[in-house]
Write a protein that binds this ligand. Structure first.
Ligand SMILES: [Zn+2]
Length: 124
């Protein structure tokens, strides 16, 4: 258990550092476009942020996380993991932001592509 605790702390610290770097990118010209789902470090699914909907992300052993994409944000609304930390995370909107479920080894990340700076062209 002690080794696992150290691994968890390392993972959490690594994520925090990555998140810190990610915030530097938020204010650049990268428009959020996709929600990528990684299970055990492998990209398994990708959704468009324009596509409102709800999906169950299932891992090998009947574990699930319920992902909701609405109004260009992503959130985990339900999961059967032990600590429920992922369910309590805030919705993510920006490129580089992540949702993490440590018990299920799921990472959900917003990605995008660089665009020319056109702040006035945003329309509904
Ligand atoms: Zn979880």
């Amino acid at each position: 258990m002690k080794i696992m605790d150290k691994v968890l702390i390392f993972v959490i610290l690594s994520c925090s550092i990555l998140l810190g770097f990610s915030f530097w990118h938020i204010h650049t010209n990268i428009a959020p476009e996709y929600v990528q789902v990684f299970v055990q470090g492998k990209l398994v699914q990708q959704f468009s942020l324009d596509q409102n909907g709800e999906w169950d992300i299932e891992t090998e052993s009947a574990q699930y996380n319920h992902l909701m994409i609405i109004q260009k944000s992503a959130k985990i609304t339900k999961a059967n993991c032990s600590n429920q930390n992922c369910v309590h995370q805030k919705a993510i909107y920006y490129v580089g932001e992540t949702l993490v479920c440590l018990p299920h080894q799921i990472l959900i990340k917003i990605t995008g592509s660089k665009k020319a700076s056109t702040p006035d062209s945003i329309s509904n």
